[in-house]
Design a binder for this molecule. Structure first.
Ligand SMILES: [Zn+2]
Ligand SMILES: [Zn+2]
Length: 122
């Protein structure tokens, strides 16, 4: 088994609409301030923190309702070969994918496609 020391996240920027995919190293996540992801446009997107690498604290600035959402994930629920979909509790809209590198990319690509189909069908 290959140990993948990254947690990948995918989410869309609420300011410019760009889909961001980032790999966060476990080394970064363990730091007291955690690991933050900012969009190219400068907008803050997500912060992930895990002091013990067992419980992951995720704070997302939501693109749908414009509020901050906090999620606490157990390591067991986000193993490397799996993916966790985080949704906005107010609107149930999927706002982020967290998990294994290739799966996060797959989901992000699918979401991008759905979005394009949706837009072209209007
Ligand atoms: Zn942006
Ligand atoms: Zn929300």
């Amino acid at each position: 088994m290959v140990f993948d020391a990254y947690l990948s996240v995918s989410l869309r920027c609420k300011k410019c609409g760009k889909q961001n995919i980032k790999d966060l190293s476990y080394f970064e996540l363990k730091k007291a301030e955690g690991s933050s992801v900012d969009c190219e446009c400068g907008e803050h997107l997500i912060k992930v923190k895990s002091a013990d690498l067992r419980t992951f604290h995720i704070i997302i600035s939501c693109l749908v309702c414009n509020k901050e959402h906090k999620y606490v994930l157990k390591f067991r629920s986000i193993p490397f070969q799996k993916i966790k979909i985080l949704s906005c509790p107010a609107t149930m809209y999927n706002i982020s994918f967290v998990g294994g590198k290739s799966l996060v990319r797959k989901m992000a690509a699918r979401e991008q496609k759905d979005m394009e189909e949706l837009l072209s069908s209007i």
